[in-house]
Design a protein around this ligand. Structure first.
Ligand code: NAP
Length: 283
């Protein structure tokens, strides 16, 4: 059984970006990410801090905008517009969730698709759908890297892939990326009939549900690759995934742990999108 180490793979990607960023700097190109945080949600503050740290490590410039919780939607959209127009900004990230009085969809759609390093803008989702170059949502992009780098002898082409979950930020883009990798894809959800049987035929299972330990070994074919996107807390406050790790790891060919699997990949892929944004911007 291979334990896919998301921490190590994420570090490897960031180190590769650090080298490539140094090469860009030698050509006079600096990568700049603008990060906007509205309000004082403690989890969001941690995420933003980690993103800024990753920028610093790789050698990107990060611009930080920390706005009060009562910032109006109009003010936020004005700032996004200003950053869209700035030639020295490659990527714009608005930390979600936003306070309730702000329409997240309007904010996502206000970001220029060419600076949308989260890959949430409908234009980028559309580009992914029709196979054009664009930004891909970071968590699903990270899953692809985990499989390719964590299981280098495993070829996704032709494999049965079952994704459990159909959200816009994980399940749906995950399905499109797996299609791009030539897997045969099934997207399961809360209305799927006989989920166990559907999952049991998968060579690759990607769990993105948000229900602690829901995927037991009864859902998993022997020798499957199991990717656990879920982040949940047990009753005693510990982090855990959607997959019952102890029992599934006994039959899986490869599996990601929680924490230390998909989680660390999201920032690495965000950093990769920032690099790509700068490359396209300076073409
Ligand atoms: P979400 O928007 O709540 O979507 C959950 C999906 O699971 C929905 O499509 C839902 O189906 C499906 N589902 C719910 N109960 C089910 C059941 N009993 N059987 C089958 N499917 C079921 O969640 P999300 O944003 O995609 O996130 C999913 C999990 O990934 C969460 O734990 C989240 O914290 C985690 N996450 C992790 C990262 C990371 O960096 N590692 C990033 C993003 C999310 P319906 O559509 O039918 O309701």
């Amino acid at each position: 059984m291979t334990l896919i180490d998301g921490k190590a793979i994420s570090a490897q990607i960031k180190d590769e970006l650090k080298v490539k960023t140094g090469e860009l700097k030698d050509k006079g190109i600096e990568v700049t990410l603008a990060v906007i945080l509205v309000g004082e949600d403690p989890a969001s503050q941690v995420y933003v801090r980690n993103k800024k740290r990753a920028c610093e490590y790789i050698g990107y410039r990060s611009l930080s905008y920390e706005l009060p919780a009562d910032t109006t939607q109009e003010k936020l959209l004005e700032l996004v517009e200003e950053l869209n127009g700035r030639d020295d900004v490659d990527g714009i990230l608005v930390q979600m969730p936003l306070p309730k009085h702000i329409d997240e969809k309007a904010v996502i759609e206000a970001i220029s698709p060419d600076k949308d390093v989260d890959g949430f803008h409908p234009v980028n989702v559309g580009r992914l759908c029709i196979g054009e170059e664009g930004f891909v949502s970071c968590t699903p992009a990270g899953v692809i890297q985990l499989i390719k780098r964590g299981c280098p002898d495993f070829d996704i082409t032709g494999k049965e892939c079952v994704i459990v979950g159909r959200s816009n930020i994980v399940g749906k883009p995950m399905a499109l990326l797996m299609l791009r990798e030539n897997a045969t894809v099934t997207v399961a959800h809360s209305r799927t009939a006989d989920l166990k049987a559907v999952c049991k035929r998968a060579d690759i299972i990607i769990a993105a549900v948000g229900k602690a330990g829901m995927i037991t070994k009864d859902y998993v074919k022997e020798g499957a690759v199991v990717i656990d996107v879920g982040i949940n807390r047990t009753e005693d406050g510990k982090l855990c995934g959607d997959v019952k790790f102890d029992e599934v790891s006994e039959i899986a060919a490869a599996i990601t742990p929680v924490p230390g699997g998909v989680g660390p990949m999201t920032i690495a892929m965000l950093m990769n999108n920032c690099y790509e944004a700068a490359i396209r911007h300076n073409r």
